[in-house]
Design a protein around this ligand. Sequence first.
Ligand SMILES: [Zn+2]
Ligand SMILES: [Zn+2]
Length: 282
Amino acid sequence: MALTTIDMHAHTTASDGQLTPSELVRLAASAGISGVAITDHDTTAGVEEAMQEGKLAGIHILPGIEISTVADGQDIHVLGYYTNNADPQWQQRIGELRETRVNRNHILLQKLNALGLELTLDEVFAAAAHTTVSIGRPHFAEVLIQKGYVSNKQEAFDKYLGEHGAAFVQPLRIHPVEAFQWIRDAGGVCVLAHPGIYNNDSLVERLLDARPDGIEVYHSDHTKEQSIRYLQSANQRGLIATGGSDFHGISEDGESFHGGLGSVVMPLSTMEELYNKHLQRK
Ligand SMILES: [Zn+2]
Ligand SMILES: [Zn+2]
């Protein structure tokens, strides 16, 4: 069974993952799955390298992205697959999203400093030295841990960086329905990511009414009951049901943030469904 499965959600150093695209692909190959998606936050920078390594490792690479959006004040993630990454309009659009993230870093730093925490952007950039594109809250967390302000990442998010933290900055973001359109404009296929973590199924239903191509039914942070419910939504609406681990790496204490690579997989036929949708769109 394992030889025909794909993990459709994983992050690399192109955003906030710990492994380079090549390392991630090799780990996927050794994990015994036959494919892995590259879905970094607001960037496709890791896709090309992963494709090359995928050829060497003999596994399928599903090119993707995970776009950060907001609806009703709630962070909503939208997965995009098979976008044409040579499309200048597409690259410009996601480039602007990354710039928003940079501005957010400046405001976040000011808030932390105002709370009496002494750190600088240089230190955050140093913590992100192994990252190529998106510098964000995980790197702030690393510096806060290094400086002894908190003892681990969870505490950094709970106390300062997370939605209920003292220094939280709500970034300026596009609406998920806009992200659906951007992905389609670039010839891609759009999927509402991990609906279970929003704790807001009426919002999820409204977003599904806007007709993305798919919904991430299976995810490391979903309960079995949630997956069953979202599978019903997918079937009722004729949406593609996808799933993935949302692997980011392995922390110092050996725990995978979200889930282990290959811990949530779909049959390869799901990738084909996405590909066929993409072909219709070209
Ligand atoms: Zn996400
Ligand atoms: Zn993710």
